[in-house]
Design a protein around this ligand. Structure first.
Ligand code: AMP
Ligand code: MG
Length: 419
């Protein structure tokens, strides 16, 4: 007796195709707001930031020392009378030939001077405290231009220092401040509704560990998803836990769709009877349920409910975490107008074997070791969150390719995916 042929399985979707489809569905937000530069960390610029001045604004000293005319020290005596003192924030006078100006870091180099000699290279000969004009001996032959930071060497007037679409971090905020920007025009925050599905979930604090009922687990996804969303510049409506039933799921989705750009859920996207996300979203809008060819990960859903995007992540914590980093993060950044979404990987040596390659592209949790190689976490299960804490990144393993000890692999640091 032969068994009936089973229906052909839908092929798994490669990650790059899933990401391309997801990004193709994004219409970037157009509303903007003006925020204090202090508060713009993590936000995305809505307009070019163009400098109306040059930085540095004037030639200034990069050392504590003496401003000199280099040529004076090429011939004759190396002794110079100190005729003026220029601290940062003050302005000197024209430097007369054969004299020096005491100068401090950041102070404008006076006209007539073309080099700074650091104080360590000078010996004071007379000292004002003894009633004589200060004189110094210069123990070096300065090169013209030395220890001078030139006007405009950082930014020229008219330069676009930060183009629209730039994701702002601390360095960008400092640069914006250096050209006088107290406020920045940024894309409004995406509004994201977050909920976890699962009757087994209990909130930490609601039940003490020793009192957990059989079968219950703490809701961990809610904690990392909420904070990942905040890091991505989103305003989060945290809707808590939705029980595993159709009507509760529909009610939660309907409420969330009304005033959010995105609804993000974790769990319930498989196709068991206790997975209510698919029918609930389909009853309110449209849904694509993908089986993505990645590990951890695999089930992932994208759809629409009214104007809102729906994104359903797998429930297993590491799958949820990794699919957020690989798919939701670029989605949310593109929604805010970021163009460059490439994840930068680097070639690093694997100090481990991975003989049993999976058919899916795999993201192994690893940690850089002191010898410049990568160590593998000993449990790569999609439920083991310890791997994401122990690890400082993932190795991007192509489908079906085992790794031999010492082989060079592509490593993506978590720092690259959490920015
Ligand atoms: P599901 O995708 O709903 O079938 O869930 C897959 C696995 O992930 C199950 O073992 C769930 O108990 C677990 N899980 C789902 N949601 C969460 C959550 N919010 N926190 C921790 N574990 C979860
Ligand atoms: Mg579930």
């Amino acid at each position: 007796m032969t068994s009936a042929p089973s229906a052909p399985r839908k092929p798994l979707l490669p990650l790059d195709d899933a990401l391309a489809q997801l990004l193709a569905a994004v219409v970037p937000l157009t509303a903007t707001e003006l925020v204090s530069t202090f508060d713009a960390d993590g936000r995305v610029l809505a307009a070019d930031v163009v400098s109306s001045l040059q930085v540095p604004a004037f030639d200034n000293s990069s050392m504590d020392g003496y401003a000199v005319h280099a040529e004076d020290l090429l011939r004759g005596s190396h002794e110079l009378r100190v005729t003026q003192r220029i601290a940062a924030g003050s302005v000197g006078e024209h430097l007369q030939a054969g004299t020096a100006a005491r100068i401090f870091t950041g102070a404008p180099v006076p006209p007539g001077a073309d080099a700074v000699v650091m104080q360590e290279d000078c010996t004071p000969i007379h000292d004002e405290r003894h009633g004589q004009p200060e004189t110094i001996r210069v123990n070096t032959t300065p090169l013209p231009g030395q220890y001078i930071r030139h006007a405009g060497e950082d930014v020229q007037r008219g330069d676009c220092v930060l183009p629209a679409g730039t994701r702002l971090g601390p360095a960008e905020l400092g640069l914006a401040a250096s050209i006088g920007m107290a406020h920045l025009e940024v894309v409004r925050k995406p509004r994201v509704a977050l909920f976890s599905t699962g009757d087994e979930l209990v909130m930490p604090g609601a039940v003490a560990p020793q009192d957990m009922p059989p079968g219950a687990i703490y809701n961990s996804n809610r904690f990392f998803l909420l904070n990942l969303l905040r890091r991505m510049g989103c305003e989060v409506a945290d809707l808590g836990i939705v029980p595993d039933n159709r009507s509760a799921t529909i009610a939660a989705l309907q409420g969330a769709a009304a005033d959010n750009d995105v609804i993000l859920t974790s769990g319930g996207v498989s196709v068991g009877e206790e997975d209510h996300i698919k029918p609930a979203v389909q009853s309110l809008g449209t849904l694509d349920l993908w089986q993505i060819a990645i590990k951890p990960g695999k089930p992932f859903a994208h759809g629409r409910i009214g104007a809102a995007h729906f994104i359903g992540l797998p429930g297993n914590p590491v799958s949820s975490y990794v699919t957020f980093l690989l798919l939701v993060r670029p989605f949310l950044l593109r929604l805010q107008g970021v163009q460059d979404l490439a994840m930068k990987s680097m070639a690093v040596r694997a100090d481990f074997d991975w003989p049993k390659a999976d058919k899916r592209r795999e993201f192994l949790r690893v940690c850089r070791n002191a010898n410049g190689g990568l160590d593998l976490f000993n449990n790569q299960s999609s439920g083991v969150l310890t791997s994401a804490v122990w690890g400082d990144g993932v190795v991007d393993v192509p489908p079906g390719q085992p790794i031999l000890y010492g082989q060079t692999v592509q490593y993506i640091p978590f720092s690259e995916l959490l920015r």
